[in-house]
Design a protein around this ligand. Structure first.
Ligand code: BGC
Length: 373
């Protein structure tokens, strides 16, 4: 079958032939791939950045944001049936530490995990994929193509969930409210798909949401944020001090920009007792100049919490599915679906991976039709 691969460390993406995967265990599921989303991680891999081929192979099939249709299930599978829409999670545990043995490979401590399409395991940019039932999450048919947003949303679901859990444990007043986020001032930094989906999850919990980016207010991403009740901040020419003076401080800052310098500057914007959760992976290696003493003083004197968060557990994927359904009820399917702005046939995937198109939010590769299977 056809697949799209990269050679780790080298520039480019190319078609490869891989054997069509078949079920070999009772608990396996085979999916026909319908859509695969493209994100910064994919683009970095195509540019020769962080990626690892499966053992014994020189190339790696790309793709970790999946939407597929179940075509075959093993004897003991009960979570999905043929015809269902579904996604597989990305990370596979090392099998050696407690988090991985407990199904929480997103918290792996040995670092010997693998990730489909990123680190040591072929990804989903292929006609068919097979994996175990433990890694599958069913997508209700009403979500249709928007099911491809489950993976990027799962990453922010985890980030927000962690921030709230830690806040609950340490803030004396947190337990006094049924839901800590209700009416809280939240700032999302970087309005790519992950940032916008994070803003969406926060709005669903009735937080007051501001989103910061460096694009014109009239462009697609700020417009989407405002359509779900968020407020846009144009960060061009805005220093952290000026931002703090003009906008006030935020109880939760969700970083989804992947710019290291910015992550440190954001400490200025966190309210006392507040939390900054980092999800972006900086691609650059340039040395940074940060006012370290100021930063440490602020962290200590204002009881700030700084937390990094990567990947997601299966439960966060389920939360992402539930939130996408809730979002379609609140803002309409058309609004949620409009996050997918660009669709590419497989033979033009390279265009999608090389550069952002104007007006792009989420670009996807079309592997199959979403019509009845
Ligand atoms: C993916 C995560 C993955 C992370 C690090 C992100 O783009 O969405 O699933 O854990 O990259 O490889």
């Amino acid at each position: 079958m056809l697949a799209l691969a990269v050679k780790p460390g080298q520039l480019g993406i190319f078609p490869v032939e891989r054997p069509e995967p078949a079920l070999t265990e009772d608990d396996e599921v085979k999916l026909q791939v319908l859509r695969v989303g493209i994100c910064g991680t994919d683009r970095e891999e195509v540019a020769g950045g962080r990626a690892k081929a499966p053992e014994g192979l020189a190339d790696l099939v790309l793709g970790h944001e999946l939407l597929g249709r179940v075509v075959e299930v093993g004897r003991t599978v009960s979570r999905v049936k043929p015809g269902d829409l579904a996604v597989f999670t990305v990370r596979r545990g090392c099998g050696q530490d407690l988090p991985c043995l407990m199904g929480r490979s997103d918290m792996c401590r040995t670092g010997r995990f693998r990730e489909r399409g990123i680190w040591g395991l072929d990804g989903f940019q292929a006609e068919y994929v097979v994996d175990r039932e433990a890694y599958i999450v069913r997508v209700p048919p009403e979500l249709g193509e928007a099911g491809v947003l489950v993976e990027p949303l799962s990453v922010v679901e985890k980030a927000i969930d962690e921030a709230i859990h830690i806040q609950f444990a340490r803030l004396p007043d947190a337990q006094a409210t049924p839901y800590w986020l209700y009416g809280r001032r939240c700032l999302v930094v970087g309005l790519g798909p992950v940032g916008l989906l994070g803003a969406m999850a926060l709005r669903l919990r009735n937080a007051e949401v501001w989103g910061l980016d460096i694009v014109g207010r009239e462009t697609a991403r700020p417009a989407w944020l405002e359509a779900i009740g968020g407020h846009y901040i144009d960060g061009r020419g805005l220093s952290p001090e000026r931002a703090a003076a003009g906008l006030g401080r935020f109880d939760l800052v969700l970083e989804a920009a992947g710019v290291a310098q910015l992550s440190f500057n954001l400490a200025e914007l966190i309210a006392p007792g507040g939390v900054l959760v980092l999800t972006g992976l900086p691609g650059e290696e340039r040395p940074l100049k940060i006012p370290a003493a100021d930063l440490v003083r602020r962290l200590v004197l204002a009881n700030l919490l700084l937390v990094g968060s990567v990947n997601a557990a299966r439960d966060h994927y389920q939360l992402a599915v539930d939130d996408l359904v809730a979002a379609t009820r609140r803002w309409g399917m058309a609004r949620v679906g409009s996050l997918i702005t660009h669709r590419y046939p497989v033979d033009r995937a390279i265009e999608a991976l090389q550069a952002h198109q104007p007006g792009e939010i989420k670009a996807v590769v079309e592997w199959g039709s979403l019509g009845p299977g």
